[in-house]
Design a protein around this ligand. Sequence first.
Ligand code: ASP
Length: 358
Amino acid sequence: MKNIYTLIVFFFLSHTLHAQDNNNIKLVIHGGAGTITRKNMTAEQEKAYRAVLDNALQKGYLVLKNGGTSVNAVQTAIMVLEDSPLFNAGKGAVFTHEGKNELDASIMDGKNLMAGAVAGVTTVKNPITAAIAVMEKSPHVMLTGAGADRFAKEQGLQIVDPSYFYTEARYKALLNAKKSESIELDHSDKAKKENLKKGNKTGHRESKSLIFSEGKKFGTVGCVALDKYGNLAAGTSTGGMTNKRYGRVGDAPIIGAGTYANNETCAVSATGHGEFFIRAAVAHDISALMEYKGLNLQDAANEVVMKKLIAMGGEGGVIALDKKGNISMPFNSEGMYRGYIRHDGQSVTMIYKDELKK
Ligand code: ASP
């Protein structure tokens, strides 16, 4: 008798939970922020970007709909974006000064605050899978360089020849960046004076940031998700910045800067000029404003992206999702590739500033 009673209660609970929670699943993605305007984009390019964003949204959402976890959904959506040459992650990643592709990725599980990251990997086809392996299969949070590549191989992840990541467009971007760098180097004095005239204290900063910002397009990809169990997760993957050197690592693999997730507050993935995002501890700061100051998601995300970062001179944006399924996608640049799944299961993709949430 007791058993039958338990069974009935269990059936009732699991049934209502299932019905309720599938309504609450959420998935949001970004494909980088920057100077992305209608003027700079052909109709064909726009269509191509939207198609990949849409595919990533649909595939990630399917995982959630089938009862998968938010970590699984984030992985699935990010892998679609990593496999596309259009975005600066996985295939299509930008080049370092030495003409290599060094990839960074991270993941965080809001359920237990576990996290994993890799930086500077060169042979892992989908760096997000390596970040997840670090989280799930190692006692560490971050592995870098050759060691991280070796770990990924040992874990049986898909390994490719570094030439897999080559795309002509990104290589040309490197050559262009190098050209401006040589101007910067040999102009030193002339440009320094120019910059000083423009009111720049050091005389260096302006030309430096021009080189780093690759025409101010940050093609990093990211995803935040809420699964039917009420768990949040966030992930980010990038090639970093064109012409980076000395093993430079940006915010994307830094937990608390480019990625953060906590069931009690929110999940965040960032894109933008990483040095600023690290110094502003962007992703954790948004979570902390909710946790300690009681701000709602929208206000917390706006505070960091539209006030703190702007005051510091940091360009970019974030996607953020809270445990109730509220979405926020502020950016202080011209545009940001982004998208989410609506209540009715339809995907919405957006690129420009004037596109509002539908
Ligand atoms: N945040 C990345 C970095 O600094 C760049 C990007 O968002 O595209 O490495």
